[in-house]
Ligand binder design. Sequence first.
Ligand code: CAA
Length: 240
Amino acid sequence: MARVGIVTGGTRGIGEAISLALKEAGVTVAATYAGNDARAREFTERTGIAAYKWDVADHAACLAGCAKVVEELGPVDILVNNAGITRDGTILKMTYEMWKEVMDTNLGGCFNMAKAVFPGMRERKWGRIVNIGSINGQAGQYGQVNYAAAKSGIHGFTKALAQEGARAGVTVNAIAPGYIDTDMVAAVPADVLEKIVAKIPVGRLGQAHEIARGVAFLCSEDGGFVTGSTLSINGGQHMY
Ligand code: CAA
């Protein structure tokens, strides 16, 4: 039986590359998305991967959505918490809503999704959870107190849940991407982005598939002894 995996934010950007890499590894993938129906339809037509719509910041929606995936595809063996948003601005300009949206989606989403699938993984004695953190959660970033705090929280969440899953065959790891060539990074003002890229030792942005390969390894049978770790994939921008 093929493993079943959920990739949140799995129809675009890094998430799309992860969905494709897991499919290539033989996983039956459910890709979630929050809003862009047209893109999700196009994604499913092109890849054959099922897309499910719910907001990872909504606890009840995550429980209901995961139950639907189980009903339609089978018990969930793999969870990739990839869904994330930015609401950048210095703290002088950041509103409480900008703070809360990012915390609820990027960090709250990890809790909501893990809460839905972890018990089943534990019962079946096999599971893989990969949380997408960020270089900016490790190093901080001017204009991102919300995002850096949420991503940093993901790294703590990963290490705590890894301890709870270890004896039950459930590994929990994080990947900390650097600046990857996606819509999210394209939204950074060009002059600011130019200065950031100038500080990346390999001299370029990363590609989404370079993150996806790491996720596929952590989700594989061979990844069974890797847990509680953070894999930094950032072109040498932050050596941590
Ligand atoms: N260090 C020190 N000072 C800085 C600075 C930095 N890195 N960046 C800007 N400043 C200064 C500015 O020069 C300006 O100074 P003056 O007032 O003296 O001119 C001051 O800070 C305030 O600047 P702004 O008024 O422009 O600040 P703002 O509140 O409008 O915010 C910003 C601007 C949103 C932070 C913008 O600079 C920006 O988008 N920066 C990039 C943020 C970023 O890297 N986001 C990553 C998105 S991708 C992602 O998150 C994925 C991932 O995981 C890597």
